[in-house]
Design a protein around this ligand. Structure first.
Ligand code: BGC
Length: 763
């Protein structure tokens, strides 16, 4: 396809029409005029939601092809397993090729700012590093099959209430440190073919018309090469959008914007080059897809098995008192709860897959020994049925252990609205409590897309978080609870003790169509850990049927020098460092451990979370086996986003590297002295504070020389040693200009000092 030639030959009207979809799911068909076929895109991202084109509307969400539903993002996140995500992506990519889908609409990487967001099940984590790494792996897998992805929803779309209109009001540091990096990592590592812009506004500007975001940050700074499309219906002013870098409007908006675009070109308000660029980006995706068509078959049975294997690696064991799990085949087990027959395995909305084969725990339990069942409560409502509850309690009497399949009904969480509380249906909580009163061990299996309250947490012996684990959840759960599979997931989000504890609890009301991100960078564990708050289950937490020991942590710098725990590692920020730790399986079962690395900044340069995740690795170990896990740290691992310089900045000074099992269980610590960062000079004018000058390595000597006498004069003493602590404290925060007021300096003298300091900085 000769893209240049095609653009040269297209009429203005053709171009104006080409930059919107032709239908809800396809690009314009220019086969007859220019030899450009349409391409198909579909949701995503944990399976194909490919709709019949005659079902042209969003409302037909539940009518799509028979497809395999893999675990949703809340579950796959808990795997912390890059390879698992890459393999799942490869399977999805092959399915796309088989179904002639050019772009799968995902992954969705919005940060879990509040547990209430209705779409959290589609999102990966509260932590941007995890979200970026896992999204990049999934994208890499899908795109390895010559199919595109659309990483979404860019950006700061973390709540469903007013999602199409409200403005996310956040400062630059918060956006850059929390809400952007997942996109940034994926773009830099894997170049997703497309990015989907979100519905909302950021600081008042619709993302679909946000030149700063789409052109400057995404393309210029991060080097994004692909196509930016709108979320479905996210376009407000189409012409402004094209200028800002929004290439494709989806869906087609009845082509009502075509005339506006053509008129804007004619009257000069939309430069033709901007329109051509949008056309070019769309043509490039079409060409890329068509040049590499693969013959694949959609093997639903094989992919169902992959979905089960994926789910097995995602499930999180949250509690296992007295080794109540794994269950033994000779034990008499009572399954309770409608989810045992009808598991909840995906969420509602645009990601809803028409699942090929749903295997419930009851179906999967055939051949597992002595399992009986009592429904107890319905899977799809919160209504009480006393008879069903009593039946469950009665049957419990003759069981050795009780496994309750609990969770959130579909109506509790979905795209399009947010939860208003974090509770399970009351009927479930009540029945679980009644069952614990029988004295029999109770194990709760949870099917939910985001954290729930667990009023019975200390009364039950076992808790298994299955999340929304795809159509094979029943098989995966059975394999985990009977020990065929050793659970290896950990939480990619904190489970708080109370909704009121959540960092944005007081900032979650949309007021005047604005959502204030006032908690800043303190999201998830960054908040709870900094505030030393008790939580229900911390970020990064999950148990195994085996145990792991951490030992021999060390830092190695490029010169070859090694530092062990107890020493202070000297790291030059320009060189970075590698960190190693030995992990041993100390139990008698093969298992996998997710090893986490956090960095804690003690420089005091700016207020930061007590620690931030900068690395994770999942390692598989046979009993008694030891493996060395390696992490790499670079400038960014130590840096915060400095708004003054609009860049990442890692202050020199002291840090600790923490190697941890969860954000709250830190097994090894190594202290670090970081060097090599150039200090950021203060803004040099008459407002600069004296303390800022004295703290700057380059300016300190000159400032002292020029200000020494003046400082003594202010303090009314002859020698520095005679200065009172109060005066020292006051002086730090005195702007230079106040020398006029307090010791009678002239404007000229103040200006002279400023000029001299500027010369020093520039030299
Ligand atoms: C959702 C997107 C989805 C699109 C197409 C929108 O409502 O926000 O995630 O890809 O619809 O179905």
């Amino acid at each position: 396809m000769n893209i240049k030639k095609i653009i040269a030959e297209m009429t203005l009207e053709e171009k104006a029409s080409f930059v919107s979809g032709a239908t809800a799911w396809t690009t314009d068909d220019l086969t007859a005029s220019h030899g450009v076929p349409p391409v198909f895109m579909c949701d995503g991202p944990h399976g194909l939601r490919k709709q019949d084109l005659s079902l042209n509307r969003q409302a037909d969400i539940y009518k799509s092809i028979d497809a395999v539903c893999f675990p949703t993002a809340c579950a796959t996140a808990a795997s912390f397993d890059r390879q698992l995500l890459a393999d799942m992506g490869t399977a999805l990519g092959k399915e796309c090729q088989a179904e002639d889908v050019a772009v799968i609409l995902g992954p969705a990487v919005n940060i879990k700012r509040s547990p209430l967001c209705g779409r959290n099940f589609e999102y990966i984590s509260e932590d941007p590093y995890v979200a970026g790494e896992l999204a990049a792996s999934l994208i890499g897998g899908i795109q390895s099959q010559n199919v595109g992805t659309s990483i979404k929803h860019f950006a700061a779309n973390n709540y469903e209430t007013e999602r199409m209109y409200a403005s996310s009001e956040a400062d630059e540091r918060t956006l850059r440190e929390i809400y952007f990096p997942a996109f940034e990592t994926a773009v830099k590592k894997q170049q997703p073919w497309t990015v989907m812009c979100s519905y909302n506004r950021i600081n008042g500007v619709y993302v679909s018309e946000n030149e700063w975001l789409l052109n400057q940050v995404l393309r210029e700074e991060w080097g994004f090469q692909g196509l930016v499309m709108s979320d479905w219906g996210a376009v407000a002013d189409r012409v402004k959008g094209i200028i800002a870098g929004l290439d494709l409007e989806m869906p087609e908006s009845n082509h009502t914007n075509d005339a506006l675009i053509a008129d804007a070109v004619r009257n000069g308000s939309l430069p033709m080059q901007k329109l051509d660029l949008a056309v070019k980006h769309i043509l490039e995706i079409i060409a890329k897809y068509n040049q590499h068509r693969q013959t694949e078959t959609f093997d639903r049975e094989a992919d169902h098995e992959k979905s089960v294997r994926t789910a097995e690696n995602c499930i999180v064991l949250l509690k296992n008192d007295d080794r109540v799990l794994p269950l033994k085949h000779e034990e008499k087990i009572l399954f309770v709860g409608g989810f045992a027959e009808n598991p909840r395995f995906q969420g509602g909305g645009s990601s809803h897959i028409n699942a090929h084969k749903i295997v419930s725990a009851m179906e999967a339990s055939a051949g597992y020994g002595q399992i009986t069942y009592a429904e107890g409560f319905a899977y799809d409502s919160d209504t009480y049925d006393e008879a069903k509850m009593q039946e469950a309690v009665k049957k419990a009497a003759s069981a050795d252990k009780i496994v309750v399949f609990a969770g959130l009904p579909d109506s509790y969480e979905s795209e399009g609205f947010d939860r208003i509380h974090m509770d399970l249906p009351q009927v479930q909580n009540d029945l679980i409590s009644q069952l614990t009163e029988t004295g029999k061990p109770v194990i709760v299996i949870l099917h939910n897309g985001s954290p729930v309250m667990m009023p019975w947490v200390s009364a039950v012996q076992g808790i298994v978080e299955a999340y929304l684990c795809g159509e094979g959840v029943g098989e995966a759960v059975l394999n985990v609870i009977y020990g065929t599979v050793n659970p290896s997931g950990k939480l990619a989000e904190t489970f708080p003790l109370h909704l009121e504890d959540t960092p944005c609890y007081l900032n979650l009301n949309v007021r005047e169509h604005k959502l204030h991100y006032a908690e800043g960078v303190f999201v998830g564990y960054r908040y709870y850990d900094t505030k030393k708050m008790d939580v229900l289950f911390p970020f990064g937490y999950g148990l195994s049927y085996t145990t792991f020991a951490y030992g021999n942590p060390r830092v190695k710098v490029p010169s070859g020098e090694e530092f062990a725990a107890g020493q202070t590692a000297e790291i030059n920020v320009k060189d970075g460092a590698d960190v190693y730790v030995d992990i041993t399986n100390t139990g008698d079962t093969a298992g996998k451990e997710i090893v986490q690395l956090y960095v804690a900044d003690h420089t005091g340069e700016t207020q930061r979370p007590v620690h931030e995740l900068k690395g994770f690795e999942k390692v598989a170990l046979q009993p008694g086996e030891t493996k060395t896990v390696k992490f790499h740290l670079d400038q960014r691992s130590f840096a915060y986003f400095c708004e003054r310089i609009h860049d990442w900045y890692a202050p020199n000074g002291s840090y600790t590297i923490e190697i941890a099992q969860s954000s709250r269980t830190i097994n090894c610590r190594i202290d670090v002295q970081l060097t090599g960062s150039e200090q950021i000079p203060p803004i040099l004018d008459a407002d600069v504070q004296i303390g800022e000058l004295l703290q700057n390595d380059k300016l300190r000597d000159a400032a002292q020389e020029m200000l020494h006498e003046k400082i003594l004069q202010f303090a009314g003493v002859e020698k520095e040693a005679d200065m009172k602590p109060l005066d020292r404290a006051m002086i730090q925060y005195m702007p230079l200009r106040t020398l006029r007021s307090f010791i009678g300096c002239t404007n000229e003298e103040v200006q002279e000092i400023v000029e001299r300091l500027k010369e020093i900085i520039q030299s």
